[in-house]
Design a protein around this ligand. Structure first.
Ligand SMILES: *[C@@H]1O[C@H](CO)[C@@H](O)[C@H](O)[C@H]1NC(C)=O
Ligand SMILES: *[C@@H]1O[C@H](CO)[C@@H](O)[C@H](O)[C@H]1NC(C)=O
Ligand SMILES: *[C@@H]1O[C@H](CO)[C@@H](O)[C@H](O)[C@H]1NC(C)=O
Ligand SMILES: *[C@@H]1O[C@H](CO)[C@@H](O)[C@H](O)[C@H]1NC(C)=O
Ligand SMILES: *[C@@H]1O[C@H](CO)[C@@H](O)[C@H](O)[C@H]1NC(C)=O
Ligand SMILES: *[C@@H]1O[C@H](CO)[C@@H](O)[C@H](O)[C@H]1NC(C)=O
Length: 373
C-alpha cells in the first residue's frame, strides 16, 4: 500500500513537472520522466546563431520602438540586470522567456555586444539553465509578487541555476544560502553605493569593482557556511561586474564611469537612462576580458569555498584558474555533462548542436565532445 501511494505521489509529481515545461531545464529528470515529457513538447531543431550585425556603431537604443514598460502579471525577471533591462525595453520578449538567438540579437542591438561574446552567453545559458528540446529558457525566476509559486528547485529553470550565472558574493543579489538569491537587494546596493563613493568618487568603475569584489568574497566567507566560489561562477564573478562599466555607460562617453542614478535604473528598475546610446560594438569581447583581468588583479583570489562552517575557505585545486583562458568553456561543458549524464535521441542531438554553437565563442580552446560527435 505504501508503495502504491508512493507511486501515485510520484506520478502526480511527474504531471506537475509537465504542466509548464516549455522553458524549464530538463536537468534532473529521469529517463522515464523524459520519455513522458517529450511527446508533449514542441521540439525544434536548433537553428544556427545569428551572424554579426552589419552596423555596430554607437546609437540611440532607448528609442521609441523600445520603451521601458512596467512588469505585467507573470513576467519573469532574474539575477542579471543586463538581461532584465533588455526584456523591459522589448529587445527581448517582455515575458522573459527567450531563445538563444533572441539573446544574441538583443545583446548586439541593445548593448553593442560582439557576436562571439553574445553567442557564448546565450548558448551557455540554454545549456545549463534552459530546455534544449524546445530551445527556450527563462531569464530568471517568476517574480515572487505575481504568478504562481515558483517550480521545485530540482527543476527550477532560468538564469537562477545556482553557481552558473547566479552565484554567491553577487554585488546586488544575496547568496543562495540566504534565500532570495535573485531579486535586487537594497542593503547590498547601499554597500555598492558606499564603495562607489569611497573608491570611484561617486561613480562605479573598475577600481570600485576590484575593491567591492574582494569585500563581497570576504563577507561571504565570514557569513555563509556553504560559500562556493569555483568555476564557472568563479570566472563569471569577475566578468559580470565588469559589464556595467562597459555596457551600462553611454556609448558617447564610454569612459568606464557609471553614475549611481543610472546604476540604480539598471539594477533595480531594469531601465535604460533617458537618451541612452549603446557603445561601439567592435571590441567589446576584448574590453570585457581586460576589465575582468583588472578587477582580478586588484586582489587575486583562488577558487574555493567554505566547507560547511564559516571562515573555512579552502582552495579547490580542481577548479580552473582565472588565468586559464579555456577554463570557462570547459567548466560549462562539464556542467552540461553533469546535468545530462546520459542523453539519448533528440535530446543528445540538440545538446550536441548547442555545444557546437557554444564553441563558436571559444575557438582556439580544445573542443570537447562529451556526448560523442
Ligand atoms: C534561491 O532562489 C531560488 C529561486 O527563487 C529558490 O528556488 C531557492 O530556494 C533559493 N535558494 C535557497 C537556498 O533558498
Ligand atoms: C539583503 O541582503 C542582506 C545581506 O546579506 C540580508 O541580511 C537581507 O536579509 C537581504 N534582504 C532581503 C529583503 O532579502
Ligand atoms: C575610479 O574613480 C576614481 C575616483 O575618480 C579614480 O581615482 C580611479 O582612477 C577610477 N578608476 C578607473 C579604473 O577609472
Ligand atoms: C548620471 O548620468 C545621466 C546621463 O546618463 C545624467 O542624466 C544624470 O544627471 C547623471 N546623474 C548624476 C548624479 O550625475
Ligand atoms: C579594437 O581593437 C583593435 C585591436 O586591439 C584596435 O586596433 C582598434 O582601434 C579597436 N577599435 C575600437 C573601436 O576600439
Ligand atoms: C572545515 O575547515 C575548518 C577550518 O579550516 C576546520 O577546522 C574543519 O575541521 C573543517 N571541517 C570539515 C568538515 O572539513
Amino acid at each position: 500500500m505504501a508503495q502504491f501511494l508512493a507511486l501515485i505521489a510520484l506520478s502526480i509529481l511527474a504531471l506537475q513537472t509537465v504542466a509548464s515545461p516549455h522553458y524549464q531545464s530538463l536537468s534532473g529528470l529521469s529517463e522515464r520522466e523524459l520519455a513522458e515529457l517529450i511527446p508533449r513538447l514542441n521540439i525544434v531543431t536548433p537553428p544556427p546563431p545569428p551572424a554579426p550585425p552589419k552596423d555596430t556603431s554607437v546609437k540611440l537604443v532607448n528609442d521609441k520602438a523600445h520603451p521601458w514598460m512596467p512588469l505585467r502579471e507573470g513576467d519573469i525577471r532574474g539575477p542579471c540586470p543586463g538581461m532584465n533591462t533588455l526584456a523591459s525595453h522589448g529587445y527581448l520578449p517582455r515575458n522573459g522567456i527567450v531563445t538563444p538567438a533572441q539573446i544574441v540579437n538583443a545583446l548586439q542591438d541593445g548593448y553593442g555586444a560582439e557576436n562571439a561574446f553574445a553567442i557564448g552567453l546565450a548558448y551557455a545559458s540554454l545549456l545549463v539553465d534552459g530546455n534544449p528540446l524546445t530551445n527556450l529558457f527563462s531569464i530568471g525566476a517568476k517574480s515572487p509578487a505575481t504568478g504562481p509559486d515558483p517550480p521545485k528547485p530540482a527543476i527550477v529553470g532560468g538564469l537562477n541555476g545556482h553557481n552558473t550565472f547566479e552565484g554567491d558574493a553577487s554585488f546586488t543579489r544575496d547568496d543562495f544560502e540566504f534565500g532570495d538569491n535573485h531579486s535586487f537587494n537594497q542593503t547590498l546596493f547601499n554597500q555598492f553605493v558606499d564603495f562607489s563613493n569611497r573608491f570611484g568618487g561617486g561613480n562605479y568603475n573598475l577600481t570600485v569593482a576590484g575593491e567591492y569584489r574582494f569585500y563581497r568574497v570576504q563577507q561571504s566567507i565570514a557569513q555563509n557556511p556553504h560559500f562556493s566560489f569555483t568555476t564557472a561562477r568563479y570566472i563569471t564573478a569577475y566578468r559580470d561586474i565588469a559589464f556595467p562599466t562597459i555596457f551600462f555607460v553611454d556609448g558617447r562617453k564610454a569612459d568606464g564611469q557609471l553614475n549611481l542614478t543610472d546604476a540604480l535604473g539598471f539594477f533595480r528598475d531594469s531601465r535604460f537612462p533617458n537618451d541612452f546610446h549603446r557603445i561601439d560594438g567592435a571590441n567589446s569581447s576584448a574590453l570585457v576580458n581586460n576589465a575582468a583581468a583588472t578587477i582580478f588583479n586588484a586582489h587575486p583570489i583562488q577558487p574555493g569555498g567554505n566547507n560547511g562552517t564559516v571562515n573555512s575557505f579552502t582552495v579547490d585545486t580542481k577548479s580552473a584558474a582565472f588565468t586559464d583562458p579555456c577554463g570557462l568553456y570547459t567548466s560549462f561543458v562539464d556542467i552540461t555533462v553533469g546535468l545530462y549524464p546520459n542523453p539519448q535521441g533528440v535530446l543528445r542531438r540538440n545538446l550536441n548542436a548547442n555545444l557546437g554553437f557554444l564553441y563558436q565563442a571559444f575557438q582556439g580552446c580544445p573542443q570537447r565532445f562529451p556526448f560523442g560527435q
